[in-house]
Design a protein around this ligand. Structure first.
Ligand code: PAF
Length: 279
């Protein structure tokens, strides 16, 4: 595996991949088995695999965890070598966002609810960096986890609207044995919080089971599921929503494919999770 730290070097490489397909996994590092499932799929489907490791300041709000976000580049490097990755692209912030940087991109509609509502500007930062990374790496296919279901749909919309020639692939959520979705932020949890964290998936699963039983009243199902989260006083629910799978608008009556999605604070740690239900 070759480690590339300069944008110009990655651009030089991507000028000529010799007609080979390129699978790209953008990450912010602190890699876990969820990321590695994307890398493995990219390895299966492509001749060349590129993984970026870049903690993107543009997608963090002023009171969010940008400076505390876990950085463990040596460990990440070893994990990616173990997956037979061809290039790890890990640029400096000053190269991605030089002093005179002044461009912004906004994806509307899909960002109105869920994380988009509670993290203003977050998806502007995500689409900006992914757009830049696509221009630098020039992938054939790009891989993202379903845990960030809104992120995937927002990025897919950007790719479609801007006529970008990248195939977007969404991979299933990887979970711990007790159901907690893998996330780099799980390492912030205290042992006590870690014990409570699986309740997030249990509450979502409760809603999913009710929908599968044929219940249609989204509001009632939501209330019942949120009550389950109420058993731990240190959990603060940011949102618990049942949204249309395509538009990401909350539904009142469940008649088509939906996403049950939630975000909670457990102590200082923000956790998100979701399930897609086909009715
Ligand atoms: O999902 C993430 O880790 C990030 O949002 C991404 C897509 C790498 C952009 O910084």
């Amino acid at each position: 595996m070759k480690t590339i730290n300069h944008v110009s070097e990655m651009i030089e490489i991507s000028k000529d991949y010799g007609g080979k397909s390129v699978g790209f996994v953008p990450t912010m590092g602190a890699l876990h088995a969820g990321h590695l499932s994307l890398v493995k799929e990219a390895r299966k489907q492509n001749d060349i695999v590129v993984v970026s490791v870049f903690v993107n300041p543009a997608q963090f709000g002023p009171r969010e965890d940008f400076s505390a976000y876990p950085r463990m580049i040596d460990k990440d490097q070893k994990l990616l070598e173990g997956e037979n990755v061809d290039y790890m692209f890990s640029p400096e912030t000053s190269e991605m966002y030089p002093k005179d940087f002044s461009t912004s991109i906004h994806v509307g509609n899909l960002t109105d609810y869920l994380c988009g509502y509670y993290r203003p500007g977050h998806f502007d930062g995500v689409v900006l960096v992914v757009n830049k990374l696509f221009n630098i790496v020039k992938p054939t296919r790009a891989y993202f986890g379903q845990k960030d279901a809104q992120q995937f749909r927002v990025l897919k919309s950007m790719v479609c609207d801007l006529n970008m020639n990248v195939e977007m692939i969404e991979m299933p959520i990887v979970r711990e044995a007790d159901g907690l979705a893998l996330s780099s932020r799980n390492m912030y949890l205290s042992p006590e919080e870690r014990k409570e964290a699986p309740i997030l998936h249990l509450a979502i699963k409760y809603a999913v089971d009710q929908i599968k039983l044929g219940r249609k009243d989204a509001y009632k199902i939501k209330r019942e599921a949120m009550n389950k989260l109420g058993i731990y006083p240190d959990i603060k629910i940011q949102y618990f929503e049942i949204v249309d799978e395509k538009t990401l608008v909350p539904v009142s009556k469940i008649t088509s494919k939906v996403i049950v999605a939630a975000a909670i604070f457990l102590g200082k740690t923000r956790l998100i999770d979701n399930e897609i239900v086909n009715v």
